[in-house]
Design a protein around this ligand. Structure first.
Ligand code: SF4
Ligand code: FES
Length: 262
């Protein structure tokens, strides 16, 4: 009959398992132990990996099976905590979000600590200067006035949308440590602090935009940005970092942020 579906016999015979192919990948890792080494040095490791493994899996494999002294930070392993930003083949990325299949494994993969922050050991840097800048921009909602009905600070969809992009930051430092201005001038607030200032400056409920704009109108503030876009390229959350910095610059010039009235 025209249009009628035909039923085909289903073959339920178990198929022979096809082994998933693995590869030997060479990782060249920049090592440094302050108790033993005068200078950092590069060390090669050959690791058996699958295409779906990530650089974090490779580091775990080395640590668990070859060299327990290899030191790196990680926590969530799923791109949320921001603790495993590192330079992979010269680009800042999260080790837990970098798949082996997306890299050219015919060549060695170079892994080193992010730049611009003091190196502590192997892939770990001292994050304190990064968090000091973050604290300086006062990354919390400041609203001292009473809400209109005494209960809630109502915000429209458009007002919430205004700062949505910068709420996604996970403080991984991939942006700040990819910024050439930050490499040469460790006093610069850096992209991540400005992104987190943006998140509150453009929040219609916040009442301290002027304070934050004054902080960022400093010689080490937004005007140090040279719009190189390294930060935007490095951000694992896809935040338009350079755009956020440009919006803060415009707000400094206007003396206030450009927020929808309703
Ligand atoms: S803006 Fe992006 S790259 Fe910078 S700290 Fe936040 S998540 Fe990381
Ligand atoms: S381990 Fe948490 S972001 Fe990678």
């Amino acid at each position: 009959m025209a249009g009628a579906a035909t039923l085909e016999a289903v073959d339920n015979t178990p198929k022979a398992e096809v082994p998933i192919q693995s590869f030997t990948v060479t990782l060249i890792i920049r090592r440094f132990d302050p108790e033993k080494d005068a200078e950092p040095y590069w060390q090669d490791f050959d690791v058996e990996l699958y295409a779906t493994d990530r650089i974090l899996d490779a580091l775990h494999k080395i640590k668990w099976e070859t060299d327990g002294s290899l030191t790196f930070r990680r926590s969530c392993a799923h791109g949320i905590c921001g603790s495993d930003a590192m330079r992979i083949n010269g680009r800042n990325r999260l080790a837990c979000k970098t798949l082996i299949k997306d890299l050219d494994i015919t060549k060695p993969i170079y892994v080193e600590a992010i730049k611009g922050l003091p190196l502590e050991k192997d892939l770990i840097v001292d994050m304190e200067p990064f968090f000091a800048s973050y604290r300086e921009i006062q990354p919390f909602l400041i609203a001292d006035s009473k809400p209109k009905d005494g209960k809630e600070r109502i915000q429209s969809v458009a007002q919430r949308e205004r700062f949505d992009d910068t709420t996604k930051c996970i403080l991984c430092a991939a942006c700040t440590s990819s910024c050439p201005v930050f490499w040469t001038d460790g006093q610069y607030f850096g992209p991540a602090a400005i992104v987190n200032a943006h998140r509150f400056i453009f929040d219609s409920r916040d009442e301290a935009a002027k304070v934050r704009l004054d902080i960022l109108n400093d010689k080490e503030g937004v005007w140090r940005c040279r719009t190189t876009f390294n930060c935007t390229e490095a951000c694992p959350r896809g935040i338009e970092v350079t755009k956020a910095i440009a919006e803060v610059k415009a707000a400094v010039l206007r003396g206030k942020p450009d927020i929808p009235k309703k």
